[in-house]
Design a protein around this ligand. Sequence first.
Ligand SMILES: [Zn+2]
Length: 277
Amino acid sequence: MITFSGNPLDRTAARRDDEAWLAERRANGRVLALHEGKPLMRGDELAWLDGAGNNALFLGMDGETAVFAVETDDARDGEFRELRAVALLLPADEAAIVAAAKSLFEWHARHRFCSNCGHATTVFSAGWKRVCPSCAAEHFPRVDPVVIMLPLRGDRCLLGRQFAWPKGRMAPLAGFVEPGESIEEACAREVQEEAGLSARHVTYHASQPWPFPSSLMFGLFVEVEGEGIPDGVELEEVRWLTRDEARSMLDGRHPDLLAPNRYAIGQVLLTHWVEQT
Ligand SMILES: [Zn+2]
């Protein structure tokens, strides 16, 4: 399972505008509390609340139970913790629910005003739409596509390190898809821009919802030609690794390299490649 995917809720999108149906379910609903993207925890477990107010966002159904989310600064007897810090402590299905709620709240926080006319907008559809009362434009939660790819040449893969990262931390290359690009074209542009590599063949592997704040990562392998030279703008360093070197990095045994974050799809790509013989 890829972290942040596998949300078990039935989103029940057809009921998002059914106020009578929602009202019945709010009273007995389970509520996820977040503050500035941080879930409310008690110890290492999510602190679910009972009963949803009218402003709670409807995330979907867990069997017969409706699940909602609220933005609040009331920590009660729990503690708001960074999602990055608890992503691997939570059961995978709960991490996916938190990720969906976090992305939704961050979209609301950044889209309070109409991008068409500038008027304040109003929440509709139990949190899945904002509507402008002035120009009637409808705004929907955004997902930004990102390509993340492991460049391969012969029996080696290439990893890069951004300037801001800790020394030794390496990961596959990544970048936002631009308007008018296919996934393959975005991948080819990014490996050329960041490492001077020419893409020859792109293979899709898997995707990951990435709630920082709301991306969808397309995980790819790309056969490349070229030496691999860091651009000096985004990447400070690139390195070609054999499977043995990558394996020791993933196992924490490499003398000077640190693997990608364990909850990131970069780790999934690297692990998949290492396990191929
Ligand atoms: Zn407007």
